[in-house]
Design a protein around this ligand. Structure first.
Ligand SMILES: Nc1ncnc2c1ncn2[C@@H]1O[C@H](COP(=O)(O)OP(=O)(O)O)[C@@H](O)[C@H]1O
Ligand SMILES: [Mg+2]
Length: 283
């Protein structure tokens, strides 16, 4: 390791993923600066003592957005970049980009008010899936099977004051098998993949889905890399579903968890992330 090189790790909490990242850095003899996203402040001028690169592991999209902007302003590269964080952290912006790049993705209509959302849902047809534009772990998503259910969900949305809930992302329900796929991309490599299986239609590992290593076929690898590149590339987890018409990408996660994926595949994802971040820091 070059003299004085240091890796910043920007965190909210230290989950098993961050522990693994810190351990991988230590194993490589890399000096780590841990930066707590709730403690640190950002002035307009570059402060002294910044690391050579910042690996963003914050669980907050808002904190991630501003922090990566500030580091860019200070001339410190981040993984992922501010642009990737902004785009991939927002399902609406991601859908637009995937479509622009010709990557298969479920049919989606966005409404900017709960009133307009009813029209979007009727246009998509039932069942329809409603998602917050920003969020993870399948939280606050709803599958609506008929107009009555849709009206009830939208009444609840209308009662919520947060602006987040006034924008409604409506997607066709993809009749996938009882699983979806997650492919972890680091730079130009698809490093590991798994099936996430659940009796719940939301197959997030955080919701208790069982996980199983998946082979990265040529098609799966290429599609995942295209999706990652579409949002700007970096460290990204691409979520895909097996639709009746083939694979579709429904999400590209910019600060992904990977505990379940490491366990299912044995892949050293933390090590790959650290190597990539160091590479970015030395460019
Ligand atoms: N359009 C859809 N049709 C069927 N299942 C879906 C659809 N969108 C998402 N899901 C299921 O819900 C899970 C969570 O959705 P996702 O868009 O990845 O949001 P999150 O950011 O919360 O993970 C997916 O992994 C998948 O199992
Ligand atoms: Mg997801």
């Amino acid at each position: 390791m070059s003299e004085g090189f240091s890796l910043g790790v920007f965190t909210t909490i230290v989950r098993p993923e961050e522990k693994a990242i810190l351990a991988a850095a230590e194993a490589r003899g890399i000096t780590v600066q841990r930066i707590d996203d709730g403690e640190t402040t950002f002035g307009l001028d570059r402060p002294p003592g910044l690391p050579d690169v910042v690996l963003n592991r914050s669980v907050s999209h808002t904190r991630s957005l501003y922090a990566t902007r500030f580091y860019a302003h200070y001339g410190v590269p981040t993984v992922n970049t501010a642009e990737v964080t902004e785009l991939a952290g927002d399902k609406i912006l991601t859908s637009l980009r995937l479509r622009e790049r010709g990557i298969p993705t479920p049919r989606t209509i966005v409404a900017l008010s709960p009133e307009a959302a009813m029209r979007a849902i009727e246009e998509i047809g039932y069942p329809a899936v409603l998602k917050p534009a920003v969020g993870s772990w399948g939280r606050l998503m709803a599958k609506v099977d008929n107009r009555e259910a849709a009206e009830q969900i939208l009444e609840h949305k209308a009662a919520l004051t947060s602006p987040v809930h006034s924008v409604i992302y409506v997607q066709e329900y993809v009749p996938k098998p009882d699983r979806d796929l997650r492919v972890f991309v680091v730079g130009s490599a698809a490093v590991a993949a798994m099936y996430r299986r659940s009796s719940d239609w939301r197959t997030n590992a955080a919701r208790g889905a069982t996980t199983e290593a998946a082979e990265i076929s040529k098609e799966l690898g290429e599609l995942s890399l295209r999706a990652a590149e579409a949002v700007g590339g970096g460290v990204l987890a691409v979520d895909l579903m097996e639709s009746p018409n083939g694979l579709v990408v429904h999400e590209v996660n910019p600060t992904p968890e990977f505990k379940a994926l490491s366990a299912a595949t044995g892949a050293d994802i933390a090590g790959r992330i650290v190597d990539y971040a160091v590479d970015v820091g030395r460019r």
